[in-house]
Design a protein around this ligand. Structure first.
Ligand SMILES: [Zn+2]
Length: 130
């Protein structure tokens, strides 16, 4: 598969062949966009709740619970956005795909399956074993 001749001489303007890291980057960017949409949707739902609450004092208890739920969801989404941003940052500065714990290169397949992971399989297993 790999071509013997590597055309690395000139920095061709960003139309160069996509590496698997680029693929992951695109994947992460798409994920990020989706997550942000979800967050803004639940924030919108949240502000609808607030508007609703003003004239609806007796429903307070149940809508409080709804609000808690939507906040919890948004929190989880925000957390994921942080993970995506973190992974993107690591791609930018070239540390992506290196195990946080042992500095070994993490398997490409593992990264594609779990783009946020910071640990190689064996360190992850060590961690899970405790
Ligand atoms: Zn490791």
């Amino acid at each position: 598969m790999a071509t013997a001749k590597k055309a690395t001489k000139k920095k061709s303007t960003r139309k160069a062949k996509t590496t698997w890291q680029d693929e992951i980057k695109n994947m992460l960017l798409a994920m990020r966009k989706e997550l942000l949409q979800e967050v803004s949707q639940s924030m919108k739902a949240e502000s609808d709740h607030l508007k609703h609450d003003i004239g609806d004092f007796y429903d307070q208890a149940s809508s409080d619970r709804d609000r808690e739920l939507s906040l919890m969801l948004a929190d989880r989404e925000r957390e994921k956005v942080v993970l995506v941003d973190d992974a993107l940052k690591r791609i930018e500065n070239g540390t992506y795909g290196i195990c946080d714990s042992c500095d070994e290169v993490i398997d490409k397949e593992r990264l594609i399956a779990m783009p946020f992971t910071k640990l190689c399989l064996s360190c992850q297993e060590d961690l899970e074993r405790g």
